[in-house]
Design a binder for this molecule. Structure first.
Ligand code: ADP
Ligand code: ADP
Length: 239
């Protein structure tokens, strides 16, 4: 019973094949880390799992439901956006760039999606935003604008914003790659805590220590293919 599953995903950019028949499944409360050289397709694969990227073959299933496509007259057709959003409503994403709204405070950034998407009353959204900021250790920065926050703090706000939507699955695309080295730890710490609480996660990362320590499964991509995959003690075993 996978919460997120890729079945034979393939993708081309023109003549270039960037994903070749990728299959993987992530069970509830499991952490899968996707590693591999730059250009191997990690980001494309992760984005495909949320249908931010269209692929040319294969299926993605979220909690057992086909994402991005529907069966129509016995054939496969692209799903309408409302259906895509319905299937991925419990998928949260965190990107390399934090993408915070610069004109809103930390709490405003977290509350905004609750107001807009969940139509939550303002007072409740604010309360929930405060709770989420506490969770990532930023209760004291609730009224700060992003420009006044460090990169690590901004990324923690972005995580709080994703968590506020009550995701069942969290996808992370190189969440620490844009950070100064001294700020990486505080973001990884928040992610470790999430994993410990049982969040289902897929993480594209270059942080091998994190992968070794936190992942249940490591998928090593090379040239758009899974070169090897398995538990971290197998993948990182000294030859
Ligand atoms: P990674 O995340 O492992 O660095 P990517 O998924 O970003 O790899 O990219 C995989 C390959 O696809 C790379 O060769 C990259 O240049 C290519 N690629 C990514 N996005 C596009 C695009 N929009 N158009 C053409 N090629 C792309
Ligand atoms: P990152 O390293 O943060 O993934 P990139 O510079 O690889 O950033 O990609 C930035 C954007 O450019 C992405 O939207 C990606 O899909 C696109 N892109 C990446 N490689 C190519 C490429 N070879 N041709 C066209 N677009 C690309």
């Amino acid at each position: 019973d996978y919460l997120v599953e890729a079945r034979g995903i393939s993708k081309y950019y023109g003549q270039t094949r960037v994903l070749n028949n990728i299959s993987l499944g992530v069970c509830k409360s499991e952490v899968t880390c996707i590693i591999g050289p730059s250009g191997s397709g990690k980001s494309t694969l992760l984005r495909s799992l949320a249908f931010l990227e269209e692929y040319d073959g294969g299926d993605v299933l979220i909690e057992g439901e086909l994402l991005g496509y529907i069966e129509k007259d016995g054939a496969r057709a692209r799903a309408p956006l409302s259906e895509i959003n319905r299937v991925r409503r419990h998928v949260g994403m965190v990107f390399q760039q934090f993408n915070l709204w610069p004109h809103m405070t930390a709490a405003g950034n977290v509350a905004e999606a609750l107001l807009r998407v969940k139509k939550m009353p303002r007072a409740r959204a604010r309360e929930r935003a405060m709770h989420m900021l506490e969770k990532v250790g930023l209760a004291d920065k609730a009224d700060a604008y992003p420009a006044r926050l460090s990169g690590g703090q901004q990324q923690r706000v972005a995580i709080a914003r994703a968590l506020a939507m009550e995701p069942h699955i969290m996808l992370f695309d190189e969440p620490t790659s844009a950070l100064d080295p001294e700020l990486v730890g505080e973001v990884l710490q928040v992610m470790k805590e999430l994993a410990r609480e049982g969040m289902t996660m897929v993480v594209v990362t270059h942080e091998m220590g994190f992968a070794a320590q936190v992942a249940d499964r490591v998928v090593f991509l090379d040239k758009g293919e899974i070169a090897v995959s398995g538990p971290p003690d197998e993948i990182f075993r000294n030859p």
